[in-house]
Design a protein around this ligand. Structure first.
Ligand code: FAD
Length: 648
């Protein structure tokens, strides 16, 4: 099979697209011609993928592509490019008018990624002016006059200057890393330029000097002066943001490679929390992630119980979801089992008992967590949001009831144990555990927990910026951005935080009032969708049975009639009135009308219908027993009469 998939951060080219992509392209290209049966290529694929991810931000200047020469349809194309060994790496200039076989440079499997990056930069720098990519700024160093002319002047953007030695590539890498960002320009100055060094008081290189839009300037204080730290710092400056893809003058991926489709994103407001994300995350967590564990016992069971206790108490959800969590919680508390098969829990989550008013949507729909490709964002995003919401709810409670409930569940500790035992991303779990070990114990208050989680989330954002898991449309930045919370950043030093403002912002952002219920699913909608899907399946099944087309329609009708219908009353009970959407605040929720008539037994609620069915069955079975009793009594009397007659 192919070594690369459409989800890789590179361009899959083939006989139909490669010439089109390379001819008169606005950017340069580095293409790997490989063969999927070549072991060397297989081993090299992760490295090539890593390189592509590493320079994905350079896309407007230079793109990374691959062609599989083992595919029959590409045989002729690979021949045209003169490929006779695999893998072969070729550079192509931007704005090439005529077909070329490309340039072979020293990029090869024996080179480290950092070296290939440098070869790419050398290639760009050596391109003649007519072949220079339009989006690529000058990679040459600027003079001391130019540096001085930038100081103390107002400008519409930041200017970052990387001071470095002649052989260093850091400055050029940072320039390319930021070409997709607006409101910032990066330049480089060589450390042989003593005048500039002296004027700005720079003693060590590489270092990064920043000129703010208002003309003030200063050295960026970064302990590890590396490309990654400089770039991520600059990307997170207030007002610096990634340009919309449509603004770039480069073809977007799907124009070349249709398979790599980017989904149309639902319109959403980034300043809102979407309940549908939280519910989808909870659904995935309860029905998919945890369901990979067949039996819960020991520490895992304890962790699960505590997780449910915390969410039942603090999840800012809609009423049917809250009722599910509460029922699950009561059930776990009241059942003194030291082992629970997860299937039993699933039955409750899926409300097999048909308890009125319990419902958790069983499909994922991402809105605030929707990625531009299906494999991006989604669950992990919702998990962050879930735990941020829980810490915020705990803090709001602690504020409202300072004395009550001293044993409020410690959200952070529960989160730590959940991640440790259940979070499917093991690498993430290990990193999180490291951070927790380092400083979680120093958290002393509910507000402290909100801030701790925010800080650590930003540490993760910083660490994985530019990684494969980063959605290009949702770049990893230090959060909240300036747009979301202008007061959160320090006035004088834009890269410092005003923690009091951050806390207030988080308490607002993750509050019930800021949670939109747009796009949430109702039980009735889901049932209808399920029925429609089931009907479709039956129809296609029947259509596939050859020669029975006439029966198929009839059968599908019968099949749909056989589907269990939920009594109307139960459906109504699960959606009590128009404000069924009312979520649980800090106070106890008013019990809905229908629930007032339900009875609780062993921690499980029974509706009127459940109870009346029980009574009818009970009476019916007693009657049946009585009839049997009298029937046998009569018969035994007759037998007695018959057998007591003396033989004659
Ligand atoms: C515990 C944990 C550890 C992880 N570790 C790794 C890892 O080691 N490597 C890896 O590749 N991926 C890791 N991930 C996944 C990664 O953090 C992202 O969830 C994923 O890349 C999706 O990113 P996203 O763009 O949806 O934003 P996310 O980082 O998932 O954030 C979701 C939303 O939360 C808000 N937000 C962002 N930052 C903050 C903040 N500081 N405070 C409060 N709210 C914020 C924003 O609205 C954002 O859209 C981890 C996830 C979790 C839950």
């Amino acid at each position: 099979g192919q070594l690369y998939s459409p989800s890789d951060p590179l361009y899959l080219l083939d006989e139909g697209s490669v010439r089109r992509a390379l001819s008169n392209s606005s950017s340069a290209w580095l293409v790997e011609f490989y063969s999927s049966w070549c072991g060397h290529c297989v081993n090299y694929a992760p490295i090539w993928r890593e390189l592509a991810a590493d320079v994905t931000g350079w896309d407007p200047a230079i793109k990374i592509g691959v062609v599989d020469c083992a595919e029959e349809k590409n045989y002729e194309t690979c021949k045209d490019y003169g490929i006779n060994s695999y893998p072969s790496f070729r550079f192509f200039q931007a704005f090439a008018k005529e077909f070329t076989q490309g340039e072979t440079r020293k990029a090869g499997t024996e080179q480290e990624i950092a070296v290939v990056r440098q070869i790419m930069i050398d290639f760009l720098q050596s391109s003649p002016p007519q072949h220079r990519p339009a989006a690529c700024p000058s990679l040459d160093p600027i003079s001391s006059e130019e540096v001085l002319s930038l100081l103390d002047k107002k400008s519409s953007h930041y200017t970052a200057i990387v001071f470095e030695s002649k052989d260093s590539y850091v400055g050029r890498e940072v320039i390319l890393d930021l070409i997709q960002y607006e409101n910032i320009l990066v330049r480089r100055v060589l450390n042989s330029d003593k005048a500039s060094l002296e004027k700005l008081g720079i003693s060590a290189t590489p270092s990064c000097y920043l000129i703010y839009p208002n003309g003030s300037h200063g050295l960026i204080n970064i302990a590890t002066p590396l490309r990654a730290t400089f770039s991520s710092h600059l990307k997170s400056l207030p007002g610096v943001k990634k340009r919309q893809i449509s603004q770039l003058e480069v073809p977007v991926k799907q124009k070349i490679e249709e398979k790599d489709e980017i989904r149309g994103l639902d319109k959403h407001d980034p300043s809102k929390l979407y309940m549908v994300d939280l519910e989808s995350g909870l659904h995935y967590l309860l029905r998919v992630e945890l369901a990979t564990h067949k039996m819960l016992e020991g520490e895992k069971l304890e962790t699960f119980k505590d997780f449910i206790a915390v969410t039942a108490q603090l999840f800012p959800g809609r009423q049917p979801v809250m009722k599910l969590l509460e029922t699950l919680h009561e059930w776990l508390v009241n059942l003194p089992l030291d082992k629970i098969p997860y299937d039993a829990i699933l039955d409750l989550v899926n409300n097999k008992m048909r308890i009125a008013g319990i419902y958790l949507p069983s499909r994922v729909k991402w809105v605030g967590c929707q990625g531009s490709r299906p494999e991006l964002r989604g669950y992990t995003c919702s998990l962050w949001k879930l735990f941020h919401s829980l810490t915020v709810q705990a803090a709001i409670r602690a504020e409202e009831f300072p004395k009550a409930d001293p044993s409020h569940p410690d959200v952070l500790k529960v989160m730590r144990r959940y991640i440790q035992h259940f979070f499917g991303c093991r690498e993430c779990a290990e990193h999180f555990e490291e951070m927790a070990k380092e400083s979680m114990d120093s958290v002393k208050s509910a507000n402290g927990a909100v801030l701790w989680l925010w800080q650590k989330h930003n540490v993760v954002n910083n660490r994985i910026a530019g990684a494969l898991s980063e959605d290009p449309q949702f770049p990893k930045v230090q959060w909240p951005t300036h747009d979301l919370c202008p007061l959160c950043r320090g006035e004088k030093e834009p890269h410092s935080w005003n923690e009091a403002e951050v806390l207030a912002f988080l308490k607002h952002f993750y509050s019930i009032d800021n949670a939109s219920e747009q796009f949430t699913m109702k039980e009735t909608d889901e049932k209808q969708a399920e029925n429609a899907e089931a009907e479709k399946k039956v129809e296609t099944l029947n259509k596939n049975q050859s020669g029975q087309d006439n029966n198929a329609v009839q059968d599908s009708k019968e099949a749909s009639q056989l589907k269990p219908e939920i009594p109307d009353k139960l459906v109504q009970n699960s959606h009590p009135g128009p404000r069924d959407n009312s979520r649980r605040g800090l106070e106890k929720v008013a019990v809905p009308e229908a629930d007032k008539h339900s009875i609780s037994f062993l921690g499980v609620g029974f509706s009127n219908i459940d109870m009346s069915l029980c009574v009818v069955l009970y009476v019916a079975s007693s009657l049946f027993l009585m009839i049997m009793y009298f029937f046998f009594r009569m018969r035994s009397r007759r037998w007695k009469v018959r057998y007591s007659r003396p033989y004659v």
